[in-house]
Design a binder for this molecule. Structure first.
Ligand code: ATP
Ligand code: MG
Length: 316
């Protein structure tokens, strides 16, 4: 068995990401790996899939299997408080109030939750080396996840820009502070510069992990239907652009023959899309999961499809 340290499941809404990631985590754990299942989808359903309560701190589900649902709002709050704390050390009390006002606005602004989730997820990835053999990520529908995974690239560039600006400002400051020893010292240990540099380093470490094909793989989950195939085409292109490794695709809810004559036409339609999926993405590998006659909730149900996901190991 050869699995990656970080395995992501993503794709269009409702295609079966949570089901597939939970079943795969269960499969790995039962094969003897120490596994952490992580949900980064703000609308969590990992708990439904495993049929048990999970929360924003790591819980043990069974031998070798742990899970966590990252709470975006809570993480955003912690993140902003952390930034505020840092700022208090750096700036004079007079502007703390103004900055806090701005931070309160930033806290509810778009992007804050993503940054916070991202921070949490880099922490988990870096921690995995020692605590777990594998981390399985259940992600939010495509758009959200692509933004999250491409954040290091985009923000990395932005951070470089901020660093360059701060450096320039400090150069001017240095000239002004020529005769003031106190100020010179402050400049030498500029906390804003070191804060920015730390964030930049974090993004670059995240990028290294995400684009390391030995460590990380991304599985698209889709259904054999038009819109899912179209969305997968676009998402695969983005992943390639950002050099994130793609593993076998999972085609979920394939209608088995026993669905009878009523579904005959639909089965034909699925067969056409399956052929298209094979033609376009066959090089990554394709794993099919049949439509079951009930929802897949709880371990007993997950066990039914876990063995089918064994094909994801070492498939590259
Ligand atoms: N092969 C299948 N057979 C029967 N039911 C399934 C199958 N795959 C998924 N389901 C059911 O479909 C529903 C949606 O699946 P799931 O939650 O895994 O999708 P998702 O891609 O994670 O959705 P979201 O985008 O909302 O996160 C769940 O109730 C699940 O139990
Ligand atoms: Mg889900």
């Amino acid at each position: 068995m050869s699995y990656k340290r970080y395995t992501f499941f993503g794709g269009k809404g409702g295609t079966g990401k949570t089901t597939s990631s939970s079943a795969y985590a269960l499969h790995l754990a039962r094969s003897g790996a120490r596994v952490l299942a992580v949900s980064t989808d703000p609308a969590h359903s990992l708990a439904d899939a495993f049929g048990t309560k999970i929360g924003s701190s790591i819980v043990k589900l069974e031998d070798n299997l742990w899970a966590i649902e990252v709470d975006a709002a809570l993480e955003a709050k912690k993140y902003m408080e952390g930034v505020q704390e840092q700022m208090r050390k750096v700036v004079s009390p007079a502007i703390v109030e103004e900055i806090e006002k701005q931070l309160r606005v930033a806290y509810v602004s778009p992007g804050a939750e993503e940054s916070a989730i991202f921070d949490c997820f880099v922490d988990l990835m870096e921690k995995a080396g020692s605590d777990y053999d594998a981390i399985v990520f259940d992600t939010a529908p495509t758009g959200h996840t692509l933004r999250l995974l491409t954040l290091p690239e985009v923000l990395g560039a932005w951070m470089e820009h901020l660093l360059a600006k701060r450096n320039k400002a400090m150069e001017l400051f240095k000239i002004a502070a020529h005769y003031e020893h106190d100020l010179q010292e402050k400049i030498a240990n500029d906390p804003v510069l070191s804060l920015l540099a730390r964030r930049r380093d974090r993004f670059s470490r995240a990028r290294d992990l995400l684009t390391n094909k030995e460590l990380t793989t991304f599985h698209f989950v889709l259904n054999a239907e038009k819109l899912a195939v179209l969305e997968t085409e676009r998402a695969v292109a983005t992943m390639n652009e950002f050099a994130i490794g793609i593993g076998p695709l999972i085609v979920n809810r394939v209608l088995p023959p026993e669905t009878g004559p009523f579904f005959a036409h639909r089965r034909e339609q699925q067969a056409q899309y399956l052929a298209q999926i094979e033609a376009e993405f066959g090089a990554y590998g394709v794993v099919k999961i049949p439509m079951l006659d009930t929802d897949i909730e709880g371990k007993a149900e997950l066990e039914k499809i876990a063995p089918m996901l064994a094909a994801l190991d070492g498939a590259d």
